[in-house]
Design a protein. Structure first.
Length: 317
């Protein structure tokens, strides 16, 4: 028994040393891609309206040229694109807090985020909270359990970063374009415009959902729509771009999702899923990350579809 207690105390001592070392070297990560959310929210608080808010995951951050959209529509544009693994609730709650009367919110949600039962990942949320602890308000109670369950992943991430800092004498930098300074003042990721696209390789496009998943997505969007309307905020949807060669086998499912959203939401849906089918060369490094040229083309399409309805009430085309 005495031998066992000695081992337990030794183990506890070692853990204490590790934690003390972490505490001594830890600095919040403020230069990574997720930290760009701070700048996007600051712009949203600073810019007067009526404005256009682009809302979604990284497909939005990589997919639009906000200066061109602003010039075409004559309204300030804020790109709130973050990361899909922050979860659907995070995206909708953030948008609802930042939007004001007279604003137009364009939701362009990755299909897996829209239809996934629980897309928020603990490590992503931890890294988001690291740069902006106040963003905890955009999560729901059910995600707090995941934060606790995945806390060890964040500690491992912090430990690895601290070791790299000790070895290199500086904090490790995120790989371009996954850095805070990869974004322009509007919130668009632009650092990859001058880079050679590595392509998305063998990354598959998967679309697996049940009627229950679709019902849940509709309810969440209806709640968001109702809360926005009550505050004089317009909501529209824009289907994201995906690799056509890999998404085409799912075209019937995508059309079913589109039809259900049009029927249930009663808001403008500015394109059809097939209009987002693009060739492989239009993608930078991921299923949803467009190259600069493809992002310009997508922006032109959004501008053309928004212009006729931006001052109207809500009817779905």
């Amino acid at each position: 028994m005495r031998h066992f207690i000695r081992k337990v105390l030794l183990f506890a001592l070692l853990q204490g040393v590790v934690l003390a070392a972490l505490a001594a070297t830890y600095r919040p990560e403020t230069t990574g891609y997720l930290a760009a959310g701070l700048d996007k929210r600051a712009r949203a608080l600073r810019i007067d309206g009526p404005r256009i808010l682009l809302v979604g995951g990284s497909s939005v951050a990589f997919g639009f040229h906000s200066p061109a959209l602003e010039a075409a529509l004559g309204r300030p544009v804020i790109n709130l694109g973050g990361q899909g693994s922050q979860g659907l609730d995070f995206r909708l709650r953030e948008a609802l807090e930042l939007a004001r009367e007279g604003d137009t919110v364009v939701l362009s949600l990755e299909y897996q985020v829209l239809l996934g039962e629980d897309t928020a990942q603990g490590l992503t949320l931890w890294r988001t909270l690291e740069s902006d602890p106040a963003s905890l308000r955009f999560t729901r109670w059910g995600e707090w359990k995941r934060l606790l369950d995945d806390g060890h992943l964040f500690l491992r991430h912090v430990l690895r970063r601290s070791v790299q800092r000790r070895l290199k004498g500086r904090w490790p930098e995120g790989a371009a374009p996954y850095r805070r300074d990869a974004c322009n003042a509007y919130g668009d990721v632009v650092a990859h415009y001058a880079m050679d696209p590595p392509g998305y390789g063998a990354e598959p496009f998967r679309l697996r959902f049940t009627e229950r998943d679709l019902d849940r997505a509709v309810r969440r969007l209806q709640e968001f729509r109702d809360a926005a309307r009550a505050r004089g905020i317009r909501v529209m949807l824009f289907h994201p771009s995906v690799p056509g060669e890999r998404a085409r086998p799912f075209v019937e499912d995508l059309d079913r999702v589109d039809a259900r959203l049009r029927e249930a939401l009663g808001v403008p849906i500015l394109n059809r899923p097939e209009e987002g089918f693009r060739p492989p060369e239009d993608f930078f490094n991921s299923t949803y990350h467009l190259t600069g040229a493809a992002g310009a083309a997508q922006t032109a399409l959004l501008a053309a579809r928004l212009k006729p309805v931006i001052g109207e009430n809500t009817t779905s085309p």
